[in-house]
Write a protein that binds this ligand. Sequence first.
Ligand code: FES
Length: 105
Amino acid sequence: MSDFVVVTGADELSDPGKMVVEIDDRFVILCKVAGEFYCIDDVCTHDGGTFGEGELCEHAISCPRHGAKFDIRTGQALTMPATEPTVAHKVKVVDGQVFVMLVDQ
Ligand code: FES
């Protein structure tokens, strides 16, 4: 597990909104919903799709390739064809800055 690193300002994302961020050569997607931030790996466990062009609906984000949905709070796969969770990372907001700590698995 790494340390928290600042990724953006809390006001830089619309609400709801999302942005892809690279941390230590790893792509993750940062989401903002109802004033809270969440971060999961930008990798769909079905076949490696990315969520950058996916639709964010409340706490679910869809993979644009085949439509699987994941819970941005936990990384859990919510719908087929994905069955395995993706990784959910730790997020905190301090002094208007959003920090993410990568979780290995
Ligand atoms: S790669 Fe994401 S649903 Fe198939």
